[in-house]
Design a protein around this ligand. Structure first.
Ligand code: ATP
Ligand code: MG
Length: 425
């Protein structure tokens, strides 16, 4: 056995310097989405394999070749979730939540797909997902897209993301279109790559998704699904576009947008960027009105989206540069036993009196010079100095490290009230 223990390929550690940005992204996303009335649902990472095969579709990238599937100790086939929608539908069905009720749910966490790791594509990655049950749209489709647009604005990446939308119509129209498409693709069979030939049999719409360069011209001239959808679906799509324009979002029609999962119908959309190379889709979603029924529930209109957090964070880093984030707001400097005996309870009093303020103690001794270096590295705004003289006099020195403010001393009793005022400046 190798003596070097390493993380599993494609599964990343997030070190503290990166985790701070992740915390900000996660809290902005959940704050924004809760402002639209969404509530959090927390779901297991493991589900029965059958759930994904039934929900996502047998002939999809995910089910064919990307799932982490294994037998547990009793031989039951389990799969690490490759996406969140299937588990979410399973949960709302299992808990009987869908009887003529509307639910707006969000979740976040790790997803697993066995893919070739590269920039923006990993084997463990994270999604922030939203699902709405019980509303047929297109108003809710528009609201979901507006919520995502608000997330981009709050995170400062709105200028780098473009909305692409399409309509997949309803099942009957898709069946009719499928025939036209297969005939067309058969006529150009010699251009198809191996993947596309296989999909031609079982899932021809996915051929439209192919990035294989020699096929691009032929695909651009293929019959368009949008030209075959029924009036009701067309009306739905046109109202969605109109609602988006009313709200100041110009949707860009992409007639080849079909999405990788089988369960979508009518509105589908993606937010894409050109800043991340081939892995340019940061968020993807759409309606899936048939899925609840397909999984054994009563017919229930539904729409959802998932944001790929790694790609969103990458986009922020690419566009905004990494940011240095402070570890603390204030730091106690001093050394020796008397310092410890004083600073430890005083720091507790600060945390009691000033919730949210991050208090650090410069453990490890060293002279004041090296302690000030520690203070600087911590990013703290001010150092609270407890040298021998201060301790003797029952006082604390306050030195502002990043602002042009006078160094002063206060009594230990005054410290909490003083900082409450001065840290707010
Ligand atoms: P792609 O075409 O890039 O493989 P997908 O259609 O498989 O994407 P979805 O299943 O729609 O992706 O997942 C929604 C979002 O999750 C994607 O738009 C992307 O941001 C993110 N995502 C999907 N797979 C990965 C992965 N392996 N690593 C990192 N992020 C991913
Ligand atoms: Mg994929």
């Amino acid at each position: 056995m190798s003596t070097h223990l390493q993380a599993v390929r494609g599964m990343n550690d997030l070190l503290p310097a990166q985790a701070t940005l992740w915390q900000r992204v996660e809290s902005v996303l959940s704050d924004v989405i809760m402002a639209y009335g969404f509530q959090e649902i927390r779901l297991p990472l493991l589900e029965s394999t059958a759930l994904f095969a039934r929900a996502i579709g047998e002939v999809t990238d995910i089910v064919e070749k990307e799932m982490y599937t294994f037998a547990d100790r009793h031989g039951e086939s389990l799969t690490l979730r490759p996406e969140g929608t299937a588990g979410c539908v399973r949960a709302v069905l299992e808990h009987g939540m869908l009887h003529h009720q509307v639910h707006k749910l969000f979740y976040q966490g790790a997803m697993f797909r066995y893919e070739r790791p590269q920039k923006g594509r990993y084997r463990q990655f994270h999604q922030f997902g939203c699902e709405v049950f019980g509303l047929p749209g297109p108003d809710i489709d528009a609201e979901l897209i507006l919520a995502s647009a608000r997330c981009w604005r709050m995170l400062g990446v709105d200028a780098h993301l473009r909305l692409e939308i399409n309509s997949l119509g309803d099942i009957a129209a898709r069946q009719r279109y499928r025939q036209h498409l297969v005939e067309y693709l058969q006529r150009h069979r010699e251009l198809l790559d191996e993947d596309s030939l296989r999909r031609l049999e079982h899932n021809p719409l996915r051929v439209l998704d192919s990035k294989h360069p020699p096929m691009q011209e032929m695909l651009a001239a293929a019959p368009r699904l949008l030209d075959h959808i029924d009036d009701a679906a067309r009306e739905h799509f046109e109202s969605l576009c109109a609602l988006l324009r009313l709200a100041g979002i110009e949707p860009c029609l992409n007639p080849r947008l079909v999405r990788g999962l089988d369960y979508y119908n009518r509105s589908v959309f993606e937010w894409v960027t050109t800043a991340l190379g081939a892995q340019g889709t940061v968020c993807a979603g759409g309606r899936y009105d048939g899925l609840v029924e397909q999984l054994g529930g009563a017919a229930t209109p539904a729409v959802g989206m998932a944001i790929g957090l790694e790609r969103l964070v990458l986009l922020m880093e690419t566009m905004q540069g990494g940011e240095e984030v402070a570890q603390a707001d204030v730091i106690f400097l001093g050394q020796g036993e008397r310092f410890t005996q004083l600073a430890l309870p005083l720091a507790e009093r600060l945390r009691d009196g000033l919730p949210g303020v991050r208090v650090l103690l410069a453990w490890g001794g060293g002279g004041f010079k090296s302690q000030f270096r520690k203070a600087d590295r911590s990013g703290a705004r001010c150092a609270l100095i407890l040298g021998e003289q201060e301790i003797e006099e029952g006082r604390v020195g306050i030195k502002w490290l990043r602002e042009d403010r006078e160094q002063i001393q206060v009594t230990q009793e005054e410290l909490v009230d003083h900082l409450r005022v001065t840290l707010a400046w």
